[in-house]
Design a protein around this ligand. Structure first.
Ligand code: ASP
Length: 274
């Protein structure tokens, strides 16, 4: 039995941007996290543990729109969403609109393991984090200079944008995610984000919603999406891809393409997936 692992740092075309230095930094970061995740799968860790691990590493890096370095909402605050799903039994956990949680994906894992609920929001999620002893950080840990500048640009343009959308260049970094198949053939998917730049506070995107931003089922595939969350919610994007595998017999790559075609055709959607 072999294993497989894919991770992403958000949608967007690096080659369009011509920012060689930051592209190199970005690639090095993704590749080192991928390598660390591969070693864990090789060592026999579960797909669920490895997608959580990879997303935590991505959250800890200020390069991405997740955890430290998350984009800012219209009030200049970080509000984060994350979720993960286990393909062997469809257990899932998510958190939405959380502040001060160092690794929202780790909190989502605790929601999954605790098992009573699938999704916890805002203050309730924070209270759960405190009860679980999850690591918390002050606001200053999450907010970077680049994000303050990015919000000012979005507000000056009167827009709500994807992290990597170009109001001005060099805004290509994004939401993070991972999908894996472990040595036992079990699948898992995870995603984490600060959401959209200049979003309304309290806004919930696709990332914490099972079936929209993430989905994993051993019978079909594992999906972690990135792009405009509203469009992914309206097309139940991740589950739509799984359904192409289940009911139309497509392979994972074919199903992903069919899902994107559907997204574009139905809601003129914009994004990517792994
Ligand atoms: N899907 C995320 C959201 O809408 C954004 C992204 O993927 O960059 O919250």
């Amino acid at each position: 039995m072999s294993y497989s692992l894919m991770i992403h740092g958000g949608a967007g075309a690096l080659e369009d941007l011509k920012y060689e230095a930051s592209e190199a930094v970005f690639r090095e970061s993704v590749l080192s996290i991928l390598q660390a995740g591969r070693q864990r799968l090789e060592g026999g860790e579960s797909a669920l543990a490895v997608v959580e691990f990879c997303v935590m590493m991505l959250e800890d890096s200020p390069l991405y729109n997740a955890g430290r370095g998350s984009v800012l909402n219209a009030q200049g605050q970080v509000e984060m969403d994350a979720a993960l799903m286990n393909g062997s039994d469809l257990r899932a956990g998510g958190v939405t609109c959380v502040k001060n949680v160092k690794n929202p994906i780790a909190l989502a894992r605790q929601v999954l393991e605790q098992g009573d609920h699938v999704l916890l929001a805002a203050d309730g999620a924070l209270q759960f984090a405190k009860q679980q002893g999850t690591e918390l950080c002050p606001d200053a840990y999450f907010v970077t200079e680049a994000r303050i500048k990015q919000l000012a640009e979005a507000q000056a343009a009167g827009r709500m944008t994807l992290d990597h959308e170009r109001i001005k260049p060099a805004q290509k970094l994004g939401t993070v995610g991972a999908v894996a198949c472990d040595l036992s053939g079990n699948l898992a998917a995870a995603a984490s984000t600060g959401g959209l730049v200049n979003k309304r506070w309290g806004r919930v995107g696709d990332t914490p919603i099972v079936g929209a931003g993430v989905y994993a089922d051993n019978e079909t595939c594992a999906v972690s999406a990135t792009g405009y969350g509203e469009q992914f919610l309206r097309t139940v994007f991740a589950k739509t891809i799984a359904d192409f595998v289940q009911f139309q017999g497509l392979d994972a790559a074919g199903a992903a393409q069919a899902g994107i075609d559907y997204l574009v055709r139905k809601v003129n959607g914009d994004g990517g997936r792994s």
